[in-house]
Ligand binder design. Structure first.
Ligand SMILES: CC(C)(COP(=O)(O)OP(=O)(O)OC[C@H]1O[C@@H](n2cnc3c(N)ncnc32)[C@H](O)[C@@H]1OP(=O)(O)O)[C@@H](O)C(=O)NCCC(=O)NCCS
Length: 184
């Protein structure tokens, strides 16, 4: 297994394919409950540009994409409209006594996914280890949010050291989101 960063458009395409397989709309309720799910579908051109600025961390098994973790600096918020309210909320939160709005040294981990036949094999941990190695020089911490009902993802994020910053229900869907932080 090779843990590395995205270097070309074909890898971005592989991310989009793995994402499509794990969207809420593609999964049964039972699969979502036991395996987890992703919520955001990225526009290909936006994901390509994001990967040129801040390449995603990927796990490769030969030609196969085993997993990915997206890196989304706040400058990209307007490009992913569904995440604009989240960035607005994050601006009002503080970490280590400093408002996120006034702190340039963090990014959003925009989405993580491990391909089904690679789950439970340490890929998740490997992606975050690589993320720390690559992004520690530029950033102090990363922020993400996980739906509380995605218990598999919650468990894995707690295990690698994420701490809870904020919990809130989405005003329209009622989905309860947990905003979590990992020191790099
Ligand atoms: C969430 C995901 C990235 C985690 O990767 P993974 O390789 O499956 O994670 P791991 O196996 O290392 O860890 C999963 C944890 O959940 C636990 N788990 C396994 N099945 C579970 C279940 N049905 N319900 C709750 N927890 C479960 C595991 O025991 C493990 O916890 P532990 O270390 O305390 O034992 C992966 O499952 C995935 O891509 N799911 C679909 C997309 C997704 O949910 N992405 C995250 C969006 S926030």
């Amino acid at each position: 297994m090779l843990f590395t960063t995205v270097t070309n458009p074909a890898e971005v395409q592989q991310i989009l394919e793995l994402q499509a397989q794990n969207l809420v709309s593609a999964l049964t309720a039972e699969t979502m409950a036991t395996q987890g799910f992703v919520t955001v579908r990225h526009e290909p051109d936006v994901l390509q540009r994001m990967n040129e600025i801040t390449p995603a961390i990927i796990a490769q098994d030969g030609d196969r994409l085993a997993g990915y973790a997206l890196v989304m600096p706040r400058e990209f918020a307007p490009d992913v409209p569904i995440l604009v309210p989240m960035f607005r909320m994050l601006d009002g939160l503080s970490w280590n006594g400093r408002l996120l709005r006034d702190n340039p040294r963090w990014f959003v981990m925009g989405q993580i996914c491990v391909a089904e036949d690679f789950r439970g094999m340490g890929i998740f941990d490997g992606l975050y280890l690589k993320m720390k190695e690559v992004y520690r020089p530029r950033y102090d911490f990363t922020v993400t949010e996980v739906a509380e009902r995605n218990t598999r993802s919650m468990r894995a994020h707690e295990r690698v050291g994420f701490q809870t910053l904020h919990v809130y229900p989405d005003a329209t869907t009622g989905e309860v989101w947990r905003v979590i932080v990992l020191e790099l």
